[in-house]
Design a protein around this ligand. Structure first.
Ligand code: ATP
Ligand code: ZN
Length: 210
């Protein structure tokens, strides 16, 4: 049977938990920081270590069979993939936030204002659904400093504890989406026996944690 490939984040917030999950599934592999690919010795599986942003497309396009990535990244890349299992880690929310000295109190106050984000597609849909016509400024990182620099009136960014917002003088005032890590696969592949076997192992690891 064809060896499976699973794409996980190379480094960052999801890396450690993704590696831990695969190890808890009984998979043996070397986890060197320098390697981009690692072969599992006791299961027909290769692990690809990638930037999280690339994972949904790799799975959609069949370069990887499976992936572990945040729902926020899946929604932003607007791919069509199968959600095989919610994983319960990497929990965070995409939130709107405004400077704590400002006049913006409600969603409608954002009309005509500039919002900085790294999630323009998700934000665009959210604003359209709520009938808010705001100007989206896409920046790739350090979104929290945008209002202070005069780049935007508000931000839309990922938050877990809220500490980063607070230390930048911002207050959250609305949830755009909740997110957690998900195991994804390609649509139509759900019957592949290797995927079925791996999914069962993942589910029993998650059950044991309950
Ligand atoms: P990469 O180098 O792979 O592109 P990144 O910098 O885009 O990494 P990380 O900051 O490592 O990404 O976050 C990875 C994922 O962790 C996020 O997409 C999100 O799903 C989740 N996450 C959980 N909590 C947070 C948080 N407080 N801030 C950002 N992401 C979070
Ligand atoms: Zn990323």
């Amino acid at each position: 049977m064809k060896t499976l490939k699973i794409a996980i984040q190379k480094s960052g917030r999801l890396n450690e938990k993704s590696v831990e999950l695969l190890k808890n599934c009984g998979l043996s592999f070397e986890n060197y920081k320098s390697s981009l690919i690692s072969t599992v010795s006791n299961f027909p599986l290769e692990i690809l270590f990638l930037r999280d942003d690339d994972i949904p497309e790799y799975v959609q396009d069949g370069i990887a069979d499976l992936g572990i990535v945040g729902e926020n990244v899946i929604n932003e890349t607007e791919v069509d993939v199968a959600y095989l299992q919610m994983l319960g880690f990497g929990k965070c929310s995409l939130k709107l936030a405004v400077p704590n000295n400002g006049q913006i109190q409600s969603l409608s106050d954002l009309s005509g204002k500039a919002i900085a984000t790294s999630y323009p597609n998700i934000l665009k849909k959210f604003l359209a659904k709520n009938n808010v016509a705001a100007d989206i400024r896409t920046i790739s990182g350090s979104v929290e400093i945008a209002p202070g620099l005069g780049l935007s009136d508000a931000i839309c960014d990922l938050v877990s504890t809220g500490g980063t917002l607070k230390s930048n003088g911002l207050i959250p005032f609305g949830d755009v989406m909740h997110s957690q890590a998900v195991l994804i696969g390609r649509k139509g592949d759900e019957q592949n026996p290797l995927i079925v076997e791996l999914l069962q192992r993942v589910q029993s690891v998650l059950r044991a944690k309950e």
